[in-house]
Design a protein around this ligand. Structure first.
Ligand code: ZN
Length: 153
């Protein structure tokens, strides 16, 4: 097993055992649900956005391990960031997962999120990893539901 693959599996396991920001925000002012019919992932995001800042974010759902780890890491990464910075991460994560961005050679702000770079070799799991990000984008656009079966996929 390569180091990258081992790190990936450790991160997935860690975030499934102890998902960060799991739950529903009582004082949310943005929310969206996401569906990935291919795998059966269903995720609900709630956020409190003040001005241009993401003050708080939480997720809940019935998902596979990859989707849950991605959602958990996403909430930790975008909390207290600006909406614009979060949109940059959404774009970079999608590009990484679909192979448009090579995180070894290209500039990006993904940090530890780049453990998901290996998902591009597992086409059936790309949508699992990207669903939370797609749902976050829907919440920013005031669309209340997102699916991996439309739009930019
Ligand atoms: Zn899945």
């Amino acid at each position: 097993m390569t180091d990258a693959r081992q790190l990936y599996q450790e991160v997935i396991m860690d975030h499934n055992k102890k998902p960060r920001n799991y739950g529903v925000l009582a004082d949310a002012n943005r929310s969206a649900e996401g569906h990935n019919p291919l795998c059966g992932d269903h995720i609900r995001l709630s956020l409190r956005v003040e001005g241009d800042a993401i003050r708080d974010i939480a997720f809940q759902g019935e998902t596979c391990a990859i989707c849950k780890a991605s959602a958990s890491m996403m909430t930790a990464a975008v909390k207290s960031k600006s909406v614009a910075d979060a949109e940059t991460l959404i774009q970079e994560f999608r590009d990484m997962a679909t192979g448009k961005l090579d995180t070894h050679t290209g500039a990006h702000h993904l940090g530890r999120l780049n453990v998901f770079a290996g998902v591009r070799e597992l086409p059936s799991r790309v949508k699992c990893a990207v669903l939370p990000w797609h749902t976050l984008h829907a919440a920013f656009c005031n669309e209340h539901s997102a699916t991996t079966e439309t739009g930019e996929f």
